[in-house]
Design a binder for this molecule. Sequence first.
Ligand code: PLP
Length: 375
Amino acid sequence: MNIKMVDLKSQYEKIREEINYEIQNVLDSTAFINGPKVWEFAKNLSKYLGGTNVIPCANGTDALQIALMALGLEPGDEVILPVHTYVATAEVIALLRLEPVFIDVHPDYFTIDINQIEEKITSKTKAIVPVHLYGQCADMESLMKIASKYNLYVIEDTAQAIGAKYTFSDGKTVRAGTIGNIGTTSFFPSKNLGCYGDGGAIFISDDDLAKKCKMIANHGQSKKYHHDIIGCNSRLDSLQAAILDVKLKYLDEYSLARQKAADIYNDLLRNIDKIRIPQAANYTDHVYHQYTIVLDKTVNRDDLQNFLKEKGIPTMIYYPVPLYKQKAYIKDNGETFEITEKLSKSVLSLPIHTEITKEEQEFIVFSIKDFLFGL
Ligand SMILES: *Cc1c(COP(=O)(O)O)cnc(C)c1O
């Protein structure tokens, strides 16, 4: 068995002809930057998301940065985000000389803990950036209520949850990233909708704000060589757009494959009391960008990881060092985050992707049991 964390090769093999055809078309057109494919893909993704504006850009980190730039925040303004996330979420806030304000995560869902947000809001707070971590949405309905009470912008970091559906208490269902003022995503190869290089996009329902994001992503210009605002150079190239346009057609199928794989893991792991399987909140479906278990504190995670590695089973830790302890983001205020701290020591992400087989999963779980109980 050749088990991979993510199997992009087998996925590509299945759509090889379509992909190669589209790539060849772009090569023949030589419209590499801002070609028609980019806007065709944007239009199709917009349709998929329910009609919101889609502005493609160079990567998911830039998408967050452009979103924050478009909101016209001032240096020193505070932006609230979960502390259990990928560094990019905090990085762009700090880069723009805004102040990242960390919040711990929900003990079951690992997304921002809604009950801890209000106590961190000050007169300088301008925005909240919830992260739909591992593939499920944060509690957006509650979060939007807080945002509206304090007049705050909301930017949803949807890098790990594109395609996930969120259901409001009135039964209305929408796609992740279309609830806040702005949604952002990444098309990094291993993400649920991944290209073959770097890519990202911004989702915005407000047309004026969408125009502003589009300008910012292209040197702040609305017309060539006329720069109205300070921007950056952040474009999705046509080759990546062509690849994404093919893969978008399969996104729901891919999500389903991940959900089926998660169901199999759930069934196999449910009764092991040293392991907690992922919990899905009732307001969101889960597209399992990661299948992340939590180990009991009696389990030595390093030993388990090494044991599995020797059997050819890769695993990952998202994330081993909490952001508030990272040198670049450390604050001298003695703040600690209990759940994030615990997760950093006990989470383990198992291989999950669109091509994983039941046999592979059974072998992975057999091996975990072998480690825990010495079968
Ligand atoms: C991957 C990721 C990003 C950054 O995306 P890039 O395309 O790698 O820049 C941002 N936030 C989260 C939560 C991510 O997982």
